[in-house]
Design a protein around this ligand. Structure first.
Ligand SMILES: Cc1ncc(COP(=O)(O)O)c(C=O)c1O
Length: 455
């Protein structure tokens, strides 16, 4: 669909601007320290900002808006590998041509934000592209929301309306579903809802146990039987992340989910998948596709890498008028990026057993495992993950040790984060734009940091 104003002069300038921006951004392509005279700029800027926020920021990080591929520049002129991508959104890597094009395209239009009342073509295209990518499933509709948490809130409303008055939800231990009034009860960590009244009844059952794979399914099914026997006919849905993100990238094999889903279908429960963190990042566009579970899913929340958030759902779950609405779909540039990104990922060579994502996964896991067995023996205790979601453990895997390590890694040139708790893992949400040289460089920075920091 044609969008915004165009003429020969604009077309010409569009192309020139695109090339000039991309060329300039490509100057930020190697790790370096702060520029002379700017060493304290980030700290000083954050001092005031932290005061205004009332809370400190985890890293000494303020972006300069410059960076390319896996690299991000800070306002002090230092450049680091960004292996966390804003906790997920930056899947393509910095200043990807799709981002630049989408921003420029949005500038040709007459507005900034697009909403439900007066749609723009980018929202229509994104919806269409997303639904085309889930043709093997029963998902037939998509509705935008303002955040991943709010996508889960909306999903909850849809299953509640169909199952009224069975309002209880089954979720999993170590789950993270967001911090909204409803999702804070699904999120397993009670520290995240101190002083909050309960807004819904959630029964948490054990997820796959990496330390006891043989008994995992049996234990989960036993817990499911127990909660449904205790509260008969009171549950509306079973809600889960197929790869638990904040939980530490924990996941089981296809058969584990399949048996749980068959059990849920027999009980008449909706199967609600949270793909806010996994969207785009595993060996297919969705983690449920990676596991071959298309035919089971009824409702799926997405966010982060898509650049906008929302919920995909079946015909049956289409709600009565009045239940869902809202001002925003997202900014025109975010919608345009999300729409292009789906096509780029599904039409390019990213997914499947021979796709780039599986290749990245194999390279990272092989190289990190090599460190664990050789130079970092006894200092690394676990390497795992799937797709662009890679995790490893260092030292005694306590939050204190891992947090210290993550900060040292930051100082040595890699932005990473943590996931899980005791064991706490180093979490990498990899960008796709990486060469073999980048990977080797990253692995040697990780090795150096482990040898420096872990006794
Ligand atoms: C699995 C999962 N669900 C929901 C959310 C909440 O998304 P948002 O932070 O956009 O509200 C997150 C965020 O980290 C997440 O990882």
């Amino acid at each position: 669909m044609e969008y915004g104003v165009r003429n020969n002069e604009i077309n010409d300038q569009f192309d020139k601007l695109f090339s000039s921006i991309l060329k300039e951004q490509k100057n930020f392509m190697e790790v370096r320290g702060p520029q002379e005279g700017k060493e304290h700029l980030v700290e000083e800027t954050l001092k005031a900002y932290n005061q205004e926020r009332g809370k400190g920021i985890y890293f000494n990080y303020v972006s300069s808006g410059r960076g390319h591929g896996p690299f991000t520049e800070l306002i002090d002129g230092s450049v680091k590998y960004d292996l966390i991508g804003g906790i997920g959104p930056n899947l393509l890597g910095h200043s990807h041509p799709i981002y630049i094009k989408s921003h420029l395209e949005a500038a040709l239009g007459d507005s900034v934000m697009c909403g439900n009342l007066q749609p723009y073509p980018q929202a229509i295209e994104l919806t269409n592209n997303l639904l085309s990518a889930v043709k093997e499933s029963n998902l037939k509709h998509f509705w935008f929301t303002g955040s991943g948490s709010f996508a889960n809130d909306l999903a909850l409303k849809l299953v509640w309306q169909k199952k009224d008055p069975a309002y209880r939800v089954i979720a999993f231990k170590k789950a993270f579903a967001g911090r909204s009034v409803a999702t804070q009860d699904i999120t397993h960590n009670a520290n995240y809802r101190q002083g909050m009244p309960k807004s819904l009844d959630v029964d948490h059952v054990p997820h796959f146990d990496q330390n006891n794979p043989e008994d995992s399914l049996k234990n989960t099914l036993a817990a499911l039987e127990e909660v449904t026997a205790k509260h008969p006919n009171q549950h509306c849905a079973i809600m889960l992340e197929i790869i638990q993100g904040e939980g530490g990238f924990i996941f089981g094999p296809k058969e584990y989910y399949e048996e749980i889903f068959k059990w849920a279908k027999k009980k008449g429960l909706y199967i609600w998948i949270d793909e806010v963190q996994t969207f785009g990042r595993t060996r297919e566009l969705f983690a449920f596709q990676t596991m071959g579970l298309d035919k089971y899913v009824d409702i799926v929340s997405v966010g982060k890498a898509l650049q906008v958030c929302g919920v995909l759902y079946s015909e049956e779950l289409n709600p009565k008028p009045g239940l869902i609405a809202g001002t925003f779909n997202g900014s025109v540039s975010a919608l345009s990026t999300g729409s292009k990104l789906i096509k780029y990922l599904t039409e390019g060579n990213f997914y499947g057993d021979n796709g780039r994502i599986k290749e990245l996964e194999d390279k990272f896991i092989t190289k990190l495992t090599h460190l664990m067995k050789n130079s970092c023996k006894d200092k690394m205790t676990y390497v795992g993950g799937i797709g662009t979601m890679i995790a490893f453990e260092v030292g005694d895997s306590t939050t204190e040790t891992v947090s210290k390590f993550v900060k040292a890694l930051f100082n040595n040139g890699i932005v990473a984060f943590m996931a899980g708790k005791e064991p706490t893992r180093v979490r990498l949400l990899l960008p796709l734009a990486m060469t073999d040289e980048h990977i080797d460089d990253i692995i040697s920075i990780i090795e150096k940091t482990i040898l420096e920091e872990i006794n």
